[in-house]
Design a protein around this ligand. Sequence first.
Ligand code: APR
Length: 235
Amino acid sequence: MKKLVVLTGAGMSAESGISTFRDSGGLWEQHRVEDVATIEGYIRDPELVINFYNERRRQLPTVQPCRGHELVAELEKWFDVTVVTQNVDDLHERAGSTNVIHLHGELMKATSTRSPNDPTQIQTLTPEHIDIHIGDKAADGSQLRPFIVWFGEAVPMIEQATEEAMKADIFVVIGTSLNVYPAAGLIQFVSPDVPVYLIDPKDVPWTSGHRYTHIKKGASAGMVELVEQLKNARA
Ligand code: APR
């Protein structure tokens, strides 16, 4: 089977009702990034940051994967698919994708403030236990924090994601403004002869030399068209 790598961003979940970051009305219009999405912001006011993610986490059980998530999962019938997502929601997994790399963490997980990337410190939150409170402790006794990669922190999964991009026979970008590195830099590791597709209703600043097919539609309609276009690539 050919290896198909899909890089997704907030636009992938827009049709599920989850706000993007930089679209009009996006999250960064309602909150200052430096207050709620940086390690400095967390150190300055942990309660504000913990509550910002509690709010976003509480929304998750109320939304469903969109048709786009479902079609990305269906690609596994014909391709060896790896989803590399910047999203912290669990919608790719809930739609049935079985190989998802979360570059920016996962909303339904919590971890240690002292050693956030120590696997022994990572806990899975449940709809019954969905909030984190000041005073909740991780296994190492430090304050429990969201398992989110904030600006200013390392992106531990980028090495694995880069290896996947280098092995891709087909590369698909869905719903990301390609503003944030190192995620946006993954395209640089895709071989120049690999077909690249972009699904986004808007034009996206495209800095790589790769020629690409722009399916200028939303994630769901765009994936319907992509599945059609990939029919003869299945081998
Ligand atoms: N279908 C597909 N794409 C869409 C849709 C849709 N229905 N609606 C909007 N988009 C596109 C927008 O045109 C834009 O290109 O989704 C993209 C959203 O871009 P951003 O809001 O910047 O989200 P993203 O690229 O994922 O942000 C990257 O920045 O704030 C940090 O850590 C956060 O992971 C996030 C990272």
